[in-house]
Design a protein around this ligand. Sequence first.
Ligand SMILES: CC(C)=CCC/C(C)=C/COP(=O)(O)OP(=O)(O)O
Ligand SMILES: C=C(C)CCOP(=O)(O)OP(=O)(O)O
Length: 307
Amino acid sequence: MKTAVKGLNRPSFKEYLAGTADAVTSALTEQFPVDWDIPAVLRESMHYSLAAGGKRLRPLLVIAAAEAFGGSREAALPVACAVEMVHTYSLIHDDLPTMDNDDYRRGKLTNHKVYGEAVAILAGDALLTHAFFSVVQAGRRHGISSDTLLSIVEELSEMSGARGMVGGQVADMSGKQGSTGIGELEYIHLHKTADLIIFSLLAGGRIGGADPSQLEALRRFGRDLGLAFQIQDDILDLIGDESKMGKKTQSDVEQEKVTYPFFIGMESSLQQVEKLTVSAKKALIEGGIPDSSRLLEIADYLMKRDH
Ligand SMILES: CC(C)=CCC/C(C)=C/COP(=O)(O)OP(=O)(O)O
Ligand SMILES: C=C(C)CCOP(=O)(O)OP(=O)(O)O
């Protein structure tokens, strides 16, 4: 009986997705209190990109992973905001003329198009550094142990830095059609994209109290999900609808980027996304996680996404 009542009250996945994204967006707007003495243009520029939206995938993973172990959404939320700040900084910098030179992101003009390159770079820098402030503050407010907090800070710096996302971005920029092999492409995807996804799951798991073998299952889930996510992004760059995506399509071909569709074609890339999603879900199901249902739903949702 209890289960039936619990099942009845359980929000649909669509409601869960929308409710979590709204909670993250509200929490993000509270991250820079109005009484902080911040230059107006910097505050506006950071707010512009944070409030532009996006899927809020990484915060969703932090929250769903914490909840999978019975952890509280309130404790997970500031860490969820932190990873979204790091992700948003990476998009602001990725769009700069010296990198992908994009004019649209999340359905709006890119940050540098509105605020100029110097402010866009600095807004990115400020979002990155503030992420660490949020993690530590969250720990204090929600009684997260110092050990857990240190592990989260250690993993966020490692996975967003030279051995992680920044390293992946540099490898992506130096990739060349004709000379970059599929092994190097996997390195690019793993670090440019999967690392922040893995971080999100590990951080959520740590907040929820996951043990080392459960953390390993989350890591394997995140790795395959992250690789599938970037392949899907490259597929959508070729066949996606610009108005749904909120960013320019066909840019990988124009910039001669090395991608899975370039190497193995569209059909095999779609199959690869499915294969990786199946193996991600398997890692989770075999990982002894108390309630992995939302994480499994997220994997299915990502495989079918159109933006
Ligand atoms: C340190 C920096 C700047 C990291 C950027 C990381 C990243 C995942 C960029 C977007 O990749 P993409 O160019 O494949 O995606 P999109 O199509 O969204 O531009
Ligand atoms: C890693 C990649 C492919 C960059 C875009 O990430 P998202 O597709 O998660 O972007 P938003 O929804 O947050 O805008």
